[in-house]
Design a protein around this ligand. Structure first.
Ligand SMILES: [Zn+2]
Length: 178
């Protein structure tokens, strides 16, 4: 009888652990959807494309509203990086969807950061610190989808094999813009 009681108690623990895990995953997905909607809103989309066009200080817009939009865009990206760091959103999803946009933003973010530091705009020593970590991660991220060149290292091959069969890379290539 005691053994049965122990087994039932153990099962109860397992069930509650699984429930907690599923609940957490659900919450992560909901949080990701929310930040994705924000990042894809008209103004933030525009802000991201403005950042992409910046490669030197003279490219930074002079209009104050534009500058505010740039900073707001960077703020939301920095926030997404923080969410990823604390696993509030699935890191894998963040990298899979954003690795190219993040890489394309690098030069612009670097220029804006340097400019903000030179102008002493705030007491922050290093603006958008978490975004840098995420951009570095995006640089080294290699998707199994056709957006990235085929990775033929052993690591790339194993990752391709592990991908669900219907989502494996086809021989034909197709491009997509985020
Ligand atoms: Zn890619």
């Amino acid at each position: 009888m005691n053994l049965v009681a122990i087994i039932i108690a153990a099962l109860a623990v397992v069930v509650s652990l699984v429930t907690v895990f599923l609940q957490r995953r659900q919450e992560q997905r909901a949080a990701y959807r929310e930040i994705y909607t924000t990042l894809m809103s008209d103004d933030l989309h525009q802000g991201r494309w403005m950042i992409r066009k910046i490669s030197e200080a003279s490219d930074i817009p002079k209009d104050e509203l534009d500058v505010r939009l740039l900073y707001r865009t960077l703020g939301v990206f920095d926030n997404m990086a923080m969410f990823a760091r604390h696993k509030v959103v699935p890191v894998k999803w963040v990298l899979e969807v954003w690795h190219h946009p993040l890489k394309e933003m690098r030069k612009g973010v670097e220029t804006l950061r340097k400019n903000a530091k030179q102008r002493n705009e705030s007491s922050v020593a290093e603006p958008w610190p978490q975004l840098w970590i995420l951009i570095d991660k995006a640089e080294s991220y290699h998707s199994t989808l056709p957006c990235c060149p085929l990775d033929n290292s052993w690591r790339g091959r194993i990752r391709r094999l592990a991908a669900p069969s219907r989502w494996r890379r086809l021989r034909t290539r197709s491009g997509a813009a985020t």
